[in-house]
Design a protein around this ligand. Structure first.
Ligand code: ADP
Length: 614
């Protein structure tokens, strides 16, 4: 019965091993169980032996079976429990091999020098069974030594498992140590009882060893069960992962987000369907960096390249906004953000990120920009209306001079002889005056024009001079004196000439308005340019007028805030919009009742020494 049970287990685990070749412990267990079954078979035949010779033969053939049994046990403990010292394992197997080898050459076997007779002892409720009577061989001590080594190996493995301290390890230690101790106790116990003559039983190994087999089978099955549970859990988490991915796709789709990953080493870009659609790239086509950059609008390619290079260099974040040219010729605005991942040595490995369609936002921004510049234009034209008297005067002067010169020339022509030199001089004057009038008209036309913004390097000192030319006669008419203090080093800024002229003009006109009611000695304004910080240019316009109450210093920049009966209250608000768009700031300070000062700070353009040198 014990044999069949072990054979059954051996067959089962052999099949398991056939299906799962990566579990050699199953094969070893199968060998262990099969050899115990073999041992049971041999023990059964020994009990039924009829001659001492027959008995001796059976014991002789039990030794190779014991060799397989012990070696598979040691292998199983090492492989499955990862316990037991290696040298002990070799010692056990080696000694068992030696026992088998010595047994091979001995007659009748390693255990007996001679079997003299068979004794039949009755078993309760069964046939009488044979046991040998004979002389013990001295080689039998080798068998005992091998058994002791096996015991040492199992004890050592049990202790190692126990010391590891985990719940599973302790259970394994209890199973291995417990079952083996039972085996030893039963074996030793029955042998001493037999010696003492208290009981008469044949020596059986297979029955007590079945305990060890059962314990190991239990352990192995628990392990297989755990693996199955793990696989099921893995299946569940796989389906959860799928679910999460679905949700992510849904969310990305709803937000029109394109997720992408760029494998930098292999230059492959993976992108979700939406991502490809955003860039106008067909689903099946592989994407690399060249394909991506080709989709970007020609004018935006360089800034995108620069942003990516910066992120790769610093191993940090990537952020850029650019246009994609669609097949129908329209542009789509995209905002992309990403993060670089580095390998252990700090080299960029991949970049993950998202792209989002921001065309609508960009169009809205452009619309706002358009409205702003229209408002600025409106306010400019209004201001020029205020200046019209002064401008008419500015034009009148050269026209009067031209008329006077022309009349003088006519008079010269009536005289004889005609003084050609004088006439040439008069005509020269006429040309000069005409040019002056032309310049005034040209400046005015520029200010009236509603053109695109053009950011060019501008000399702030020249800007002040231009504006003063426009308001000169107005200032003279109102009896307002101007102190001009210009920075010596021609501060340069990047800006739109017309818009910055408008800012300055507005501030000068306001200063003039504030000084209007004062004594002639007090009617003085000051315009100054200076280097503000190491990266800025400050332009200040101050007057000694009525000033601004402290609580209104910020409010005056709001639209439609005015204290003038004819005022629109747009001038300062437009000034702030323009200055902010130039990356600068504008602020008012005032000593109320004694004047106000407006300061415009603009970022200075670094001097291009290389160009100057060339
Ligand atoms: P407007 O000139 O049409 O009133 P602005 O926006 O140019 O519109 O100016 C808003 C208000 O700020 C003015 O009405 C005036 O009260 C105040 N303000 C502007 N500049 C000065 C100044 N230099 N001194 C005193 N008050 C000023």
């Amino acid at each position: 019965m014990a044999g069949s049970a072990c054979l059954m287990l051996a067959a089962m685990y052999f099949i398991v091993w056939l299906k799962q070749r990566d579990r050699p412990a199953c094969l070893l267990f199968s060998l262990l169980a099969a050899s115990v079954a073999g041992m049971a078979g041999l023990e059964f035949s020994a009990m039924r032996a009829e001659t001492p010779w027959q008995f001796g033969e059976i014991i002789w053939s039990a030794h190779p079976v014991a060799l397989v049994l012990i070696c598979s046990l040691v292998g199983f403990v090492r492989l499955h429990f990862d316990a037991g010292r290696t040298w002990l394992a070799y010692a056990v197997c080696g000694s068992r091999g030696l026992v088998a080898a010595v047994n091979f050459v001995l007659t009748p076997n390693l255990n007996y020098r001679e079997i003299t007779a068979l004794r039949y002892i009755p078993l309760p409720g069964g046939e009488p069974v044979a046991v040998a009577v004979g002389v013990r061989s001295p080689w039998a001590a080798l068998g005992d030594l091998s058994l002791l080594l096996t015991l040492a190996f199992v004890v050592d493995a049990t202790l190692t498992l126990w010391r590891r301290g985990g719940r599973d390890d302790r259970r394994r230690a209890a199973l291995l140590g417990g079952s083996f101790t039972c085996f030893v106790l039963i074996g030793a116990g029955s042998s001493s009882l037999n010696h003492a003559g208290i009981v008469h039983t044949p020596y059986l190994i297979s029955l007590p060893f079945m305990l060890v087999v059962l314990a190991m089978a239990y352990e192995l099955s628990a392990d297989i069960l755990r693996a199955a549970q793990l696989a099921r859990r893995l299946e569940i988490s796989e389906s959860e992962l799928r679910e999460t991915q679905e949700r992510m796709h849904l969310a990305a789709g709803a937000a029109n987000l394109g997720l992408w990953v760029w494998d930098i080493v292999r230059d492959r870009i993976w992108s979700m369907e939406q991502g490809r659609a955003l860039y106008g790239i067909p689903p099946a086509k592989p994407i690399d960096f060249a394909r991506f950059i080709a989709a970007v609008h020609e004018e935006d390619r360089e800034p995108v390249r620069a942003a990516i290079a910066k992120a790769l260099d610093s191993g940090g974040e990537y952020e850029s906004e650019y246009r994609i040219l669609l097949p129908d010729g329209k542009a789509r605005w995209l905002a992309a953000r990403g993060r670089v991942e580095l390998d252990g040595r700090g080299n960029p490995l991949r970049m993950r990120g998202v792209s989002i369609d921001i065309t609508r936002r960009k169009l809205a921004e452009q619309e706002v920009q358009k409205q702003r510049s229209e408002l600025a234009h409106l306010s400019r034209v209004t201001m020029l209306g205020e200046l019209s008297g002064s401008l008419a005067h500015e034009l009148n002067q050269p026209l009067t001079a031209i008329l006077a010169n022309a009349q003088a020339a006519q008079r010269f022509l009536e005289r004889e002889p005609i003084d050609i030199a004088e006439l040439r001089e008069i005509l020269g004057d006429i040309v000069e005056e005409d040019k002056r009038a032309g310049e005034v008209i040209h400046r005015l036309r520029l200010l009236f024009k509603k053109g695109e913004l053009q950011y060019v390097p501008l000399d702030v000192n020249a800007l002040v001079a231009d504006v003063l030319k426009l308001v000169r006669s107005d200032l003279v008419n109102q009896g307002i004196g101007v102190d001009v203090e210009l920075a010596p080093a021609q501060p340069t800024v990047l800006g739109d000439k017309v818009q910055l002229q408008q800012v300055l003009l507005n501030l000068v006109v306001n200063a003039c308005d504030a000084t209007a009611g004062l004594d002639s000695a007090e009617r003085q304004i000051r315009i100054a340019t200076e280097a503000a910080t190491d990266r800025g240019v400050r332009l200040s316009i101050s007057d000694r007028g009525h000033g601004i109450p402290a609580e209104d210093l910020e409010r005056v920049f709001e639209p439609f805030v005015t204290t003038k009966s004819q005022g629109l209250g747009l001038g300062l608000s437009v000034c702030r919009t323009i200055v902010t768009a130039h990356g600068g700031t504008i602020l008012a300070t005032s000593d109320f009742g004694r004047g106000a000062c407006f300061q415009v700070t603009l970022p200075r353009l670094p001097e291009r020494t290389d160009d100057a040198a060339g």
